[in-house]
Write a new protein. Structure first.
Length: 218
């Protein structure tokens, strides 16, 4: 384990960061290193950034590990951001293809992020993105703010029960307490979804479950 070096842009080595590498190849203010990052896709001094395109955000937000990673990023870095790479229309269209009630699902995902006090950065072009992030990085390099953690931080992992609870709790207006109660009642997410699909009494909570987990073409 070793400390982050100052004034270096660290980019995660996964394939999904190819666009980020292309973006920062255009600047010459700071050196760039491609390494494996356990948390975040982009790190500079005290700043950590997790990037999500529309399809990636759609697939991630239903996974408990995504939310745990955001929380870990908050705990590990002084400054942290979720970068939504694309227009709001792109994100809405991605949700519309997957959910019957696409607007509520998309709004619920954003609401959960705001509740966690995670700042969201949205850009639609490479030019917008590099201008914004370079401004952040230049300001950080001048501030001299130190990071709180070593570079090689390990992700935390939830138990299988807590993963199921987190998956349910990401639905808009359904918190952890309600999610625990639902899991105690139905024991598995599959049984919960089945009950939601056959919700003859039109229970509002089960309706939310159905809209969240059932795809638009079901």
């Amino acid at each position: 384990m070793y400390e982050l070096k100052e004034n270096i842009i660290y980019i995660d080595s996964s394939e999904k960061t190819n666009r980020i590498r292309e973006m920062f190849a255009r600047q010459d203010k700071f050196p760039v290193e491609i390494i494996h990052l356990e948390l975040a896709d982009l790190v500079f001094d005290s700043i950590a950034v997790e990037r999500k395109g529309a399809s990636d955000f759609l697939s991630s937000y239903r996974r408990s590990q995504f939310w745990l990673n955001l929380q870990s990023m908050k705990e590990c870095f002084n400054n942290y951001y979720l970068w939504l790479d694309g227009s709001e229309e792109e994100f809405y269209r991605a949700f519309a293809r997957a959910y019957k009630n696409s607007w509520e699902s998309y709004r619920g995902a954003l609401a959960k992020i705001y509740e966690m006090n995670i700042p969201i950065i949205r850009t639609t072009t490479l030019e917008d993105a590099i201008d914004l992030f370079m401004r952040l990085f230049v300001n950080a390099s001048k501030s001299g703010e130190k990071n709180r953690i070593p570079l090689e931080i390990k992700k935390r992992h939830l138990s299988s029960r807590n993963r199921r609870i987190q998956s349910i709790a990401t639905i808009a207006t359904i918190g952890t307490v309600t999610a625990e109660s639902l899991l105690d009642q139905f024991t598995t997410i599959e049984r919960l979804i089945a009950a939601a699909k056959s919700n003859k009494d039109k229970n509002k909570t089960l309706e939310k479950i159905k809209h969240h987990f059932c795809t638009a073409d079901e």
